[in-house]
Design a protein around this ligand. Structure first.
Ligand SMILES: [Ca+2]
Ligand SMILES: [Ca+2]
Length: 174
């Protein structure tokens, strides 16, 4: 008899915990979703909590590069059909931290990645596409964030476009 009463009390206790309004999340001041990131200042939403956006590793994916028919000097990119052989260099503070192989003869190329970067506060992130040639490179299209802000990171998707073409990418906290 005594043990049966004990079990009933335990069940009541569990039910009471279950209906507790989400006081825990409010107490931490960090409830958020990654789909619509409402974190502020230098924070970003990771696993439903606002955490420091910097000194953190990010994964860059789905870099889509589109360049015009001619290169920056107005000439065809290459002999033959003229299309470039695009490749990516990813630079943090001017240092190459990741690179892709080149893709032959395309004006539009998607680089799936993933490419990993670790970003300190105030870092400059440059994603540069070049046309690989037998004797070097022709500069093509770059997308530079100097510095990359928490706002940029919370957007998780960045786009640059202009007369040199367009470059977009996804960037997510790992
Ligand atoms: Ca070329
Ligand atoms: Ca080329």
């Amino acid at each position: 008899m005594r043990s049966a009463v004990f079990v009933v009390l335990l069940l009541v206790g569990c039910a009471a915990d279950g209906v507790d309004p989400d006081g825990d999340a409010d107490a931490e001041g960090g409830s958020c979703t990654e789909a619509v990131d409402t974190c502020t200042a230098d924070t970003i939403c990771v696993s439903n909590a606002c955490v420091s956006a910097f000194d953190r590793t990010y994964t860059i994916r789905d870099v889509v590069v589109h360049v015009p028919v001619n290169d920056l000097s107005g000439d065809p990119w290459d002999l033959g059909n003229g299309a470039p052989d695009l490749k990516l260099d990813i630079l943090v503070n001017g240092i190459v931290v990741a690179a892709s192989p080149s893709v032959s003869d395309q004006f539009t190329t998607t680089f799936a990645g993933p490419y990993e970067v670790t970003l300190a506060p105030g870092s400059t992130l440059l994603i540069a596409a070049v046309d690989e040639d037998p004797t070097g490179y022709d500069e093509a299209m770059g997308c530079k964030a100097a510095p990359l802000t928490a706002d940029h990171l919370r957007a998780r998707s960045l786009v640059c476009s202009g007369s040199a073409g367009s470059l977009s990418y996804q960037i997510d906290p790992r």
